[in-house]
Design a protein around this ligand. Sequence first.
Ligand code: ADP
Ligand code: MG
Length: 724
Amino acid sequence: MSKVTQRYDNLAAAQNWKPGSADTSAMDIPKIFGDNTLTLDKLKERLPKSAWKDLKKTIDEGEELNINVADAVALAMKDWATEKGATHFTHWFQPLTGSTAEKHDSFITPNQGGGAMASFSGKDLIQGEPDASSFPSGGLRATFEARGYTAWDPTSPAFLVENQNGTYLSIPTAFASWKGEALDHKTPLLRSVEALNKAAMDALQLFNVQSKRVSSTVGCEQEYFLIDQEFFYRRPDLLTSGRTLVGAKPPRGQELDDHYFGSIPERVLSFMLDAEKELYKLGIPVKTRHNEVAPSQYEIAPIFELSNVAADHQQLTMMILERVARKYGLECLMHEKPFDGMNGSGKHLNWSLSTAEGDNLLEPGDNPHDNMQFLFFLTSVLLAVYRHQDLLRVSVAHAGNDHRLGANEAPPAIISAFIGDQLNDVIEQLIAGGAKSSKQGGLLGLGTPVLPNLPKHAGDRNRTSPFAFTGNKFEFRALGSSQSPSFPIVVLNTIVAEAIEDMTADLKKAMKSKSIEKSLGNVLKTRLKECQDIIFNGDGYSDDWQKEAGKRGLLNLKTTPDALPTLNSKENVSLFKKYKVLNKREVESRQEIWAEQYITTRTIEVDTIESIAKTMIYPAAVRYIGELGKAVERAEASGLDSQGSRSMLEKVNNGLNRLGSALDNLAATQADLSYKGVLDHAKKVESKVLPVMTEIRDAVDFLERYVADDYWPLPVYREMLFIK
Ligand code: ADP
Ligand code: MG
């Protein structure tokens, strides 16, 4: 007889997990912070004065880097890395798959005498040439033109990756085709940072602000699940697609709300401390950790940084979480919806504008109605979001996120902006002709003298808004947990650059005849009227909002296949072209790659659920039916009432029939699927294949409630979610 109780062995292993060789020594944050990154300070110490000066010019002012400087930097980098035990280096880049890529080269070059020496030149540093033919290019590169180049990004520090058997130097790079077209996420991000800087610097002149540079700042809150690896490896669906494709809802889910902000389980806390240690060594300023809403769901957030560095650090954070989890016998699930019926995971992109001198341009101060400069930038952002809802929506569109957006736990697919009471009031005053006052927060008044009387914020929070102003920054909450934050940042930088530029032009024109105060009042009034419909401070989950948003003419692009076709509209292509962020081919290639990714993701899921259903669930149910059949026979042979077993037999048999017909339906649907082009293909997969997957799942989940537990081949929700 086959061993059907394998599951119980896994359970026992998960329960008896003991820490192995994991490093549990206490951490000294100031001492280890940045230990594994080549910070600018360290580079400065190691470089000749003149080389350092030239490098700074490249970093601060975007001047071209000359090869002698590159040679000097390469030497300093190699010395630093080899002193710390590195033997290899890699150009680390972010292809459009959404993850990161690297190809390792050894520092060691054999010499003629039969020995070997370490070598690494400026050329090795500045440019690499990985064989690019296997990365998605969306038509940017024919397969015979395999050439792709990686180019060093001096604005993001190089870092070391440690493994118990060795260490390598990782150099952040951009990745482009032989024709110079961006095949990655970093290149457009750097371009959009430039566009935003230019527009904002121009605007600041009108307010008489001297600054060297304006950049966007970013801090990403990352949600994730942790489950025991024993379960992970027993679930083909988690292994291949990152989410459970079948699984009945457990008797206890997240209803009790007792996990959120609860005390962190011991093993998980050990993992977090270890992961944070690794992140600190990489110079990533992680700051907060807590339990999230669903059982076994957690969150980590850093202190914000310049957007380009923050985007690199976000990718590294995901990588470190996944790696370190395994040391603790855990698997870190980054998928947006690993468990049906539980909250999914998102990534909140906190975004603001800052001068090089450290002034946050979205800081309202105590009296926002009086803060002209703030109102100018706030209005620019609102205008940008109103005009480009489609782009913001596309920037968060991918298969995993479709399970989240619009469900009652994540923002709706409609893009709107929340600004809170106080600012809403100021904006209404501005539209009515002029802002005279700002509502104040007052004191919290907890009603007992032992507690301090806390000052209250002037606006409450709103958890349902996809784009919320939270004090002195905007929080774009529609991102999926697994995605790279880069393209959403690119979109924000670019659309805000455009809005700032338009408002600067308005203002310059008005100031020809009037004072800045008067002119700005008029500009704000006109522009706020134009974009007022984007502001929504109510409940984003309500049906009323769906209707109201429709009346306002806001877009409601429900799924990835609905959103993707908007990416290459005439307006979007010309916007990206105008700000030199993406050319037409680069836009179109992204659309194609993302549509293909959608189709591939779904295809993998369909193949996986089909094989689970046929090769794991069906056999388990058939075995159980055999036993039930015997029980019925025996009861009847002994002249006993077989009604109980008979009714169970009927249920399981019904489940099997449902499963059988769902599988037939899948085969028929796949055979009939016809489409024109990749966008239509994606839409057909969503509208035709996805519903059949649900049908299969329902049948399997029905069976899970009846088939004998010791026959059930898959770890179930209660085991995966509650054994920590
Ligand atoms: P909240 O309580 O609103 O969630 P937190 O202080 O916890 O605010 O910050 C959440 C995230 O927002 C953190 O990653 C933080 O670094 C980031 N953040 C704060 N200020 C800014 C800013 N000016 N620009 C970008 N991100 C910011
Ligand atoms: Mg937050």
